[in-house]
Design a binder for this molecule. Structure first.
Ligand SMILES: Nc1nc2c(ncn2[C@@H]2O[C@H](COP(=O)(O)OP(=O)(O)OP(=O)(O)O)[C@@H](O)[C@H]2O)c(=O)[nH]1
Ligand SMILES: [Mg+2]
Length: 394
């Protein structure tokens, strides 16, 4: 799964990326600091099963602190997007190309209003404008891709009597569009089956709806630590009540994670508190106090960075965290306890999980056992978030 960080220049995309991955990337207050996309590994946070079994886990991937398991996911930070990007303005199309492979977008917005529409420092900018223009540019990007060659494509589909949803999925596979998305959009819009009869307006509607379905979006209302942020945030959640908007301070998260890495504080990403464990100088103390007062004590999700990642994967994409585990033996052959935690699509069954682990497990599936309750489960059992399952085979 790939999360793409998008937004106009200077909103804090690279800061968010660095806070989540601790990778070395360039951060600066002028627009277009990032030119080439950055790829890295971030984590979603899941309550580990170790507590239920009273053991200490040894993760193969990611890590676990105080019973909180951090499971790796891919993140991508790209160049800033300005109005007209789909027509090539700013760093335009090159950057849009980077986004094709994303499964979900985090739109980073400067909620403090201290950067204008092109990312230059200002005061009093209305973040609502940014939310609108970005969606618009992304929709235009899809539309332009569709329009290119649409006539030839649609005629061929109709003439050869191809199944429309299948043909579109194949044609636009580079955008990671799946056939379910296409079917749902065709059904929602009620467009004619003969796609060569679609008007330009129909193609536009279709492209926008498919963009929303195949690249769903969550909004990180970043720079909430700046005074004007709080007021703007309240306005924005009223104006865009249908969108998922999380207050966020990437800069605060970065400071906390770096302080924790340097051994100055104990901090579990996503928590609302930290503990000082080393003697700090006045400047360090002041910086941490500001984060506590302006961000952690004020908002439900701490700095919001972890919450944005979790919501993207578990709420928007609907994934489930599943632990391979058996009630009698929690370790693997090397004695590692609860070594794995996998992310599976919502709606997956016990049999899907078996195939996910290994084709042989799937082909020879007999039953699954719930490690927490010892209940026997059949192949059609629908997985639940934080299930621990053992697969028994022939
Ligand atoms: N106060 C505050 N400043 C932030 C926050 N996040 C980022 N910044 C600052 O905003 C400026 C831009 O940050 P970047 O991370 O480089 O922004 P970007 O979106 O990657 O910008 P481009 O690469 O130019 O598109 C820097 O000066 C950051 O320190 C935040 O949460 N709070
Ligand atoms: Mg950047």
């Amino acid at each position: 799964m790939l999360i793409g960080l998008v937004g106009k220049p200077s909103v804090g995309k690279s800061t968010f990326f660095k806070a989540a991955t601790l990778a070395e990337v360039e951060i600066a207050s002028y627009p277009f600091t990032t030119i080439k996309a950055n790829h890295g590994v971030g984590y979603v946070r899941v309550e580990c099963l170790e507590k239920e079994f009273n053991v200490k886990c040894n993760p193969n991937h990611g890590f676990c602190i105080n019973g909180q398991r951090f499971v790796p996911i891919d993140l991508m930070d790209v160049a800033g997007l300005v109005p007209g990007a789909s027509e090539g303005k700013g760093l335009g199309n090159q950057f849009l190309d980077d986004l094709r492979q994303a499964d979900v977008f985090v739109h980073i917005v400067d909620i403090s209003g201290t950067t204008d529409i092109e990312g230059k420092v200002c005061e009093g900018h209305n973040p609502a404008e940014d939310i609108k223009f970005l969606e618009d540019e992304l929709n235009k990007w899809y539309y332009n891709l569709f329009l290119k060659g649409w006539q030839t494509f649609s005629r061929k589909v109709d003439m050869q009597g191809q199944k429309l949803s299948d043909a579109i999925t194949k044609q636009f596979s580079g955008l990671k569009v799946n056939e379910d998305h296409v079917k749902e959009v065709l059904l929602d819009l009620g467009l004619p089956e003969r796609c060569s009869t679609w008007k330009e307006e129909d193609v536009k509607k279709f492209a926008s709806a498919l963009r929303a379905k195949s690249k769903p979006m969550i909004i990180a209302a970043n720079k909430i630590d700046i005074a004007a942020g709080a007021e703007n945030y309240i306005k924005i959640i009223k104006e865009f009540s249908k969108l998922m908007i999380i207050p966020c301070s990437a800069d605060s998260e970065l400071a906390l994670r770096q302080a924790a890495k340097a051994g100055l504080i104990e901090y579990v990403p996503g928590n609302k508190e930290f503990k000082i464990i080393k003697e700090l100088n006045e400047k360090q103390l002041e910086a941490l106090n500001k984060i506590k007062e302006n961000v952690l004590d004020k908002y439900d999700f701490g700095t919001g960075v972890q919450e944005v990642l979790n919501k993207s994967i578990f709420d928007i994409l609907g994934y489930l965290a599943i632990f391979p585990a058996s009630s009698s033996k929690l370790g693997d052959s090397k004695g590692n306890i609860l070594p794995d935690c996998f992310l599976l699509p919502g709606g997956s069954t016990a049999l899907d999980f078996a195939f996910f682990l290994h084709t042989d497990f799937g082909n020879n599936f007999v039953k699954a056992i719930d490690a927490k309750t010892k209940r026997v489960l059949g192949k059609d059992y629908k997985l639940k978030h934080r299930d621990g399952l053992e697969i028994l085979t022939k």
